[in-house]
Design a protein. Structure first.
Length: 154
């Protein structure tokens, strides 16, 4: 359950990015992770609006759910999308730490299935959305750095 809460709004990823941005003096890393988190969340939400997949029926006998059950559609998982988008951005920046980043992303994604608010395919779809968003943002950032600046007129 705590993994589900940890992954809400990509908070854990923003915290990790903040630490690395401060320690490594790379503020652009925090901005890129923030962009990946926001774009992945928006893309997942847009797909949910287009793809009408109901959430799994609540399967626990207790009167309270393990976590808050969202009212939107199930596919793709927003937690998985934001986690894999942020993990991919961080993995590009720190390749030696890619495995721990992806393990954390996978654990957060799996937690959504465990608590009963997503099907396994929802988190796989979310992971693919997140990775695609991170790759697209990386290409965009590289393109912006390479583009020639227009000369200023005096």
């Amino acid at each position: 359950m705590w993994l589900s809460h940890l992954g809400t709004f990509g908070a854990v990823w923003l915290g990790i990015a903040l630490v690395f941005a401060l320690v490594r003096r790379r503020p652009e890393l925090l901005l890129l992770v923030l962009a990946a988190d926001a774009v992945a969340d928006l893309v997942a939400y847009a797909i949910k609006r287009l793809v009408d997949v109901e959430r799994p029926p609540f399967r626990y006998a207790e009167p309270k759910a393990l976590v808050h059950v969202p009212r939107d559609h199930s596919f793709p998982s927003g937690h998985a999308a934001t986690s894999f988008a942020c993990a991919t951005v961080l993995a590009f920046a720190f390749p030696r730490l890619a495995a721990p980043f992806y393990v954390l992303a996978a654990a957060i994604a799996y937690s959504r299935v465990y608590v009963g608010v997503h099907y396994p395919f929802d988190v796989v779809g979310g992971a693919l959305v997140g990775i695609a968003v991170a790759i697209a943002l990386r290409r965009l950032a590289r393109g912006l750095r390479r583009s020639p600046r227009s000369p200023r007129r005096g």
